[in-house]
Design a binder for this molecule. Structure first.
Ligand SMILES: Nc1ncnc2c1ncn2[C@@H]1O[C@H](COP(=O)(O)OP(=O)(O)OP(=O)(O)O)[C@@H](O)[C@H]1O
Ligand SMILES: [Mg+2]
Length: 271
């Protein structure tokens, strides 16, 4: 492998995030480092409140790290000026946890997609073909573009969120618990869609989940977070076979062997 190919797509390097000040300060993430190599899917697991979303938000710049660096293709985003940073950050796209708050209620799906494709000239007319292409890629009808988020189910909104993130043709996608707010009946469908698109588009992904059965199926590497600390990381198969940390063992013990979620082919639609 050449030296260039060995540079991870995304490096979260010694990241710490503290919310609040003084006596009320809460350190949500403590000196966490995670590499996401090109073409790989890395799982980030941990119980509720362990800091998974905080890491995702720090990576995309929604929350400010108190220490550490975020590197995209070897470039430290913190060293870039405002404009360059905005351009670079477009290549790192977050699919957020909650499809009900992540789409603007006052914008049509087309307007949301146009904004993602071209923040400067976000016209639906100008970008219609690409918008339709991406809506169809996530198996939504082309006429979805004139509709508003409230007209869609949670699963359909999450399809829009996936389309919006992928339309930017990002270098790295962070998927933060993208099915946790959805009905169980559509969770597998959305996951299967993401996995299908990952194969088709050769995506590089940080996949956040508290569902270890899903992580085992989707991720080739896994990082385990416990109360803001990274306690273990490595090859998923090896880790699941021989967990090194007590917390990882506890997490794995809670996964029934039969609980593997089957990733149905996303042929039927969640409507
Ligand atoms: N804006 C904020 N202000 C203060 N504390 C916050 C803020 N955001 C998160 N926290 C705290 O940081 C910790 C980590 O939260 P985070 O949302 O990252 O957890 P998570 O692992 O994503 O949990 P879940 O699985 O429930 O989504 C929690 O204690 C949370 O209360
Ligand atoms: Mg979260």
């Amino acid at each position: 492998m050449s030296a260039v190919a060995a540079i991870p797509a995304l490096e979260i390097d010694d990241l710490s995030v503290t919310f609040g000040h003084g006596a009320k300060a809460v350190t949500a993430v403590r000196r966490v480092s995670i590499d996401v190599p090109v073409g790989h899917t890395v799982g980030l697991v941990g119980e509720s409140g362990s800091g998974k979303s905080t890491i995702a938000k720090a990576a995309v710049g929604i929350v400010t790290p108190s220490a550490g660096r975020i590197l995209l293709g070897g470039v430290d985003l913190g060293t870039l000026g405002h404009g360059d940073q905005a351009v670079a950050r477009r290549r790192l796209q977050l699919i957020p946890q909650d499809p009900y708050s992540s789409l603007s209620p006052r914008r049509t799906i087309g307007e949301t997609m146009a904004e993602a494709l071209d923040p400067v000239r976000a016209s639906v007319g100008r970008h219609r073909d690409r918008i339709v292409h991406w809506l169809e890629a996530v198996k939504l009808d082309a006429d979805s573009l004139v509709r508003y988020p409230h007209e869609f189910s949670g699963g359909q909104r999450q399809r829009v969120a996936i389309a919006r993130a992928l339309a930017v043709e990002p270098q790295v996608v962070i998927a933060d618990e993208i099915t946790s707010a959805l009905d169980v009946s559509v969770q597998a469908e959305i996951l299967a869609l993401l996995v299908q698109l990952r194969e088709e588009l050769d995506l590089t992904m940080l996949f956040i989940s508290h569902n270890l059965a899903v992580v085992r199926q989707v991720c080739d590497r896994t990082a385990v977070l416990y109360r803001g600390d990274l306690v273990e990381s490595g090859d998923t198969v090896a880790m699941f076979a021989d967990p090194q940390h007590d917390y990882t063992r506890t997490l794995l013990a809670a996964v029934p062997g039969s609980a593997l979620m089957t990733l149905d082919q996303p042929s039927s639609r969640d409507r």
